[in-house]
Design a protein. Structure first.
Ligand code: SIN
Ligand code: CO
Length: 416
């Protein structure tokens, strides 16, 4: 399934090894499906999914009361200066939209006193545990659909212009104020010749001023325009939007790589009946027919689809680099530490599963018995010390976990 398409103002994959901010994240579990939560305006996640998800916008006042921005302004600017990070600067000076790609040294950014600019950083959850913890609150939606946490900083009057996105988004105000105007208009024609997607005609139907802690949910294709009123920061929790074309192309690639889709994958093309020709450039009709029958023989099962989705969706974004511990604990010390403080998935790790397999950072492995603890690790992204102790007698489990720890895929310690 593809990641969100690049019509997002700051949408691209990137990663960085270490966080500029080391303040630990607090463990925040997603609300359970049938518990009302302020995050969703006191709806339960089940009610929200039934009534709003992919259907209609929802404004939630004080979704996260006393919210704190995951990064301070200075930490955010520091992040935007990193090579691996996808940062974009959008300015609207003298009525002209401009877009520049980072990294941006602090002196390359417009002055804080200058109006109408915004800096956006994609995938902040990959670089900072607090951002990852914020994203985790939205895990009442399957991980397979969750994309990333983008943060935007805007000076007074800053924004990315009226536009629409092709995926669902929660827009959480974390600092300062932003005025959002939205419209379910049918006309989604874009202004031609601009470096970013700005609607030609935007007719707001509703308007709200969002303050810290307020959140706006938008399904795909709702036109929206958010303008900062004074300096502000907004977190955008975005989802993957699969296009049928991309899914098909990636699935066929997956099948081809596995090499077992065709009945006889190694059989070479043969044409013992080919006659001599006087039009050598013409594609032989028999060739088309023969290849057609090879393609018609391509077979796949439901498990092939699950394998494709599991490996494809758990594949880390292209620039993700894991940080193996510099001086790893040996297995005995790892077991003793983890028995005291538990383990957690690294913030960059993706772990999905289905009935028969688990998919860790793009690799598929059959469960082979070891199922429950892996499912818990995937669903909670951590295992408590107490839970780890119950596993520590099984040397195949501890060896596997130690291997993952040495690769930087898991960390010792529950989420702070
Ligand atoms: C922003 O944070 O400025 C833009 C987010 C969006 O409209 O999708
Ligand atoms: Co948008």
């Amino acid at each position: 399934m593809p990641k969100r398409p690049t019509d997002h103002p700051a949408d691209a994959a990137s990663a960085r090894n270490s966080s500029p901010a080391s303040k630990p994240a607090r463990p925040i579990l997603p609300p359970s499906p049938d518990t009302p939560t302020p995050l969703l305006g006191n709806l339960t996640p089940s009610q929200f999914m039934r009534r709003y998800w992919q259907k209609k916008p929802l404004l939630i006042r004080q979704a996260i009361p006393n919210v704190e921005a995951p990064l301070s302004r200075e930490e955010f600017f520091e992040l935007a200066d990193q090579d691996e990070v996808e940062a974009r600067l959008i300015t609207h000076f003298r009525n002209k939209w401009q877009l520049e790609h980072g990294p941006f040294a602090p002196d390359e950014l417009p002055s804080l006193k200058q109006r109408a600019w915004t800096l956006l950083v994609q995938g902040v959850d990959l670089y900072d545990d607090r951002a990852r913890a914020l994203l985790d609150r939205f895990r009442f939606v399957p991980d397979a659909r969750l994309d990333d946490l983008m943060i935007s900083f805007a000076s007074d009057g800053g924004g990315v212009g009226p536009h629409f996105d092709s995926y669902d988004v929660f827009l959480l105000q974390v600092k300062g104020k932003r005025r959002w105007r939205i419209s379910a208009q049918k006309d989604l024609t874009l202004q031609p010749g601009l470096p970013l997607k700005v609607l030609q005609h935007f007719e707001a139907e509703e308007e709200w001023l969002l303050e810290p802690g307020d959140m706006l949910y938008l399904p795909p294709h709702i036109a929206h325009d958010g303008v900062a009123e004074g300096e502000c920061m907004t977190c955008s929790i975005g989802f993957r939007a699969p296009s049928a074309g991309e899914l098909t192309a990636q699935f066929l690639y997956h099948l081809a790589e596995r090499g077992d889709a065709a009945a006889r994958p190694d059989a070479l093309y043969r044409d013992p009946q080919q006659a001599a020709v006087d039009r050598p450039a013409e594609l032989p009709a028999a060739l088309i027919e023969r290849v057609g029958s090879i393609l018609a023989g391509v077979k796949w099962s439901e498990q092939d689809i699950a394998s494709f989705l599991g490996t494809y969706l758990s594949e880390p974004k292209p620039s993700v680099v894991f940080d193996p511990p510099q001086r790893p604990l040996n297995e005995a010390r790892f077991i003793s530490q983890a028995s005291k403080s538990g383990i957690r998935l690294d913030r960059k790790t993706n772990l999905l599963y289905n009935r028969r397999f688990f998919f860790l950072n793009g690799e598929e492995t059959p469960f082979n018995g070891a199922k429950k603890w892996l499912i818990d690790l995937a669903d909670h992204r951590c295992l408590s010390a107490k839970r780890f102790v119950t596993l520590s007698d099984d040397s195949s489990v501890t060896a596997l976990l130690h291997e993952w720890y040495c690769a930087g895929w898991i960390q010792v310690g529950e989420l702070a």
